[in-house]
Design a protein around this ligand. Sequence first.
Ligand SMILES: [Ca+2]
Ligand SMILES: [Ca+2]
Ligand SMILES: [Ca+2]
Length: 427
Amino acid sequence: MLNPEHFVQGCRHSETGYRRAFAACSKILFTFAAASRGLSFFYHLPLRYMKPTIFSLQTLLRDGLVALSLAGSSLLSAQPLTTQYAARLTPPPVYACLYTPEPPQIDGNVDEHVWERAVAISQLHDIQGEGFPKPSLPTEIRMLWDSTYLYVAARLVEPYIEATLATHDDIVWHENDFEVFLDPDGDGLGYFEIEINALGTLLDLQMSQPYRSGGHFFTAWNCPGIRRAVKLEGTLSDSTQRDTAWTIEMAIPHRALAVDFNDALAQSRVWRMNFSRVEWLHRQGPEENWVWAPTGVVDIHMPERWGYVCLVDSLNEPADAVKAETPYRPDDYRFLWLLFYTQKDFYAQHHRYISRLQDFPLAPEDFALLHLDAAHGSAASLPADGRGAEPQVEVSATPRAFELSLRRDSLVLVLDQNGYFSVERDE
Ligand SMILES: [Ca+2]
Ligand SMILES: [Ca+2]
Ligand SMILES: [Ca+2]
């Protein structure tokens, strides 16, 4: 029998293989120290305005920072990349998930006092994000955690509660459902999906990697030890009566999400998660996909777009005073993903990846993500020796594979062509 966990380990091993291969590739380094000296603006201008840049190019070449190439300029459009990919670059939500000394009773009642302290997510969005209709029915979601479980409570306002699929691992999203997506280690691979309908029927599966990277799903994975309960404020599948809502309570064991023999908690206290509510407003479809963190396209399998769920220890502070912190700058991460999306579109056109940073059609506006002009990384705030807050971006590629990295201080964010993301500490 195929063990999904082994498969995920296999994936990771092959990822390591790729990364070794990359190490042999020639690497091109562009240091944003140039930007801190006010040069990046001029460096990127040549793609559009050749004339005024001669002096700046000379300066750059004198600094030995770049050898300019316009090979990537066929992707050039009138807009900066951050505008072209704006729907996929909105900041994901960040949620402070509070520790609870007292576990909630998994009985479908989400009004018990334990839940009162949990922060409520009360606004879902169309999966495509801004500019698309807001969900017509309210949903409220809360989370808590302890040393054994992640707890999820949801209340879905629903005038007609319907569900007929009753067998475990039925495709419950063919009817109205509630879905939880979990990538505890945030590496974009080996993540989990748990869906439930108003009958309490579960569809639980593990994904090797997103479909865009050739991923497969394993419904044979049955979230071990999960506890759940559903409660109806109304009657099931009875169209003669108007209903109010249905509620869900889940206790998901950390150990059920373990990869590489690690407890998910030991791997990370900041999980990547999303919630989706599939609502068939019209029987013939298409279905609505209302999500916590919009991905920007009709594809939930973009773990890089999911929310950050920070499992915080705080017991005594009021929930809204608890600070949720991500383990790296989300904007640095988004900059890497901007390069990723550009690579994928470039590959679709040219059947090869861009191998040098200077070949990306980046505009000065795109560097705003790196906060070079903001308090964090302005020229004025950078240390005189050029080290410290300035980020360095590295691109290496073969025609069919690539690796992107962004180093800021001792933290290195790494992303490859499969969307495999890792954080390395370079002491
Ligand atoms: Ca309860
Ligand atoms: Ca993962
Ligand atoms: Ca399953």
